[in-house]
Ligand binder design. Sequence first.
Ligand SMILES: NC(=O)c1ccc[n+]([C@@H]2O[C@H](COP(=O)([O-])OP(=O)(O)OC[C@H]3O[C@@H](n4cnc5c(N)ncnc54)[C@H](O)[C@@H]3O)[C@@H](O)[C@H]2O)c1
Ligand SMILES: O=C(O)C[C@H](O)C(=O)O
Length: 341
Amino acid sequence: MRSSLLRSVKTLARPTTARAYSVDSVPSRKVTVLGAAGGIGQPLSLLMKLNPLVSQLALYDIGGTPGVAADVSHINSRSEVAGYMGDDQLGQALEGSDVVIIPAGVPRKPGMTRDDLFNINAGIVKSLCTAIAKYCPHAIVNMISNPVNSTVPIAAEVFKKAGIYDEKKLFGVTTLDVVRAKTFYAGKANVNVAEVNVPVVGGHAGVTILPLFSQATPKANLSQDDIQALTKRTQDGGTEVVEAKAGKGSATLSMAYAGAIFADACLKGLNGVPDVVECSYVQSTITELPFFASKVRLGKNGVEEVLGLGPLSDYEKEGLEKLKPELKSSIEKGIEFAKKN
Ligand SMILES: NC(=O)c1ccc[n+]([C@@H]2O[C@H](COP(=O)([O-])OP(=O)(O)OC[C@H]3O[C@@H](n4cnc5c(N)ncnc54)[C@H](O)[C@@H]3O)[C@@H](O)[C@H]2O)c1
Ligand SMILES: O=C(O)C[C@H](O)C(=O)O
């Protein structure tokens, strides 16, 4: 998808009035971004505007969306853009949506864990998911808001309460972990980053992020020390950005890129493109945990197949056992919150 996104960007940036794709052959798809005026929301809205699979782009936030929508709407690409602001307009933003992307909520500051965001973001996610259940119950939901390990179980509980839960349609976006693992591996292995594939499984926080470098391609003869350093850097990738931003938030640009890749994969799946596979945090039975990130095949109904972990190295097997208690308690925390509130 990386190359097709770049192709789309290049095509759309070309100063020509000729259509670079046939609108007639591409189904109409509405995408809604909740939190569209934020650090992730703005560049993600830009990237979704560049995606030729989108016909309607709805940008919602509690403030600032008229400006973002006006700005993005001037780009000469397929989708029609509309901005929505405040509770009163949330329903309109969601109605008829095929894919809802949620980067709403507060980001980390140095010294914080993603779980420290729980108290604020859990409530935001819960209220947004309540609205999704009401206005677009069949939409695919891409959850970006942290802590993803808990916000996805919260969303599932909200949807269950509303009687509309479809486990095939709820995704925690862990694509940034894959993006990082690919970049760091390519640097260390000295291979072309565009050709690299690395599955990342588990969850999206610290040790729950488990990159499977033993399955990385192209193969490289890295030492165990190198693998351990790459694993740690991938697990700490978010913190690396939080610290570098020194109080001004967390990853936004790389996250927007990752979010755009994942949403594009969901749209391709909906449109019947075969063999669309991305890692994502979904309801799962591949371990004893009810939610787990692994490779997922995407299709017309969302998740078509949750793929297994494949062969793991001893180091990865150890990492898998280590991550389970933390992931389990983050899942339970989310479920408990949604049940109580
Ligand atoms: N999944 C990932 O890999 C990943 C990566 C980076 C950041 N994140 C998370 O994404 C979230 C957003 O990060 P950011 O840097 O864009 O933050 P930000 O503060 O820049 O933007 C968040 C936006 O959400 C909006 N918002 C708050 N409450 C809302 C509500 N009820 N409805 C709609 N919008 C609402 C805010 O107005 C703001 O515009 C954070 O929780 C962050 O931790 C996740
Ligand atoms: O690290 C964060 O808090 C944001 C995000 O989850 C990331 O991985 O960059």
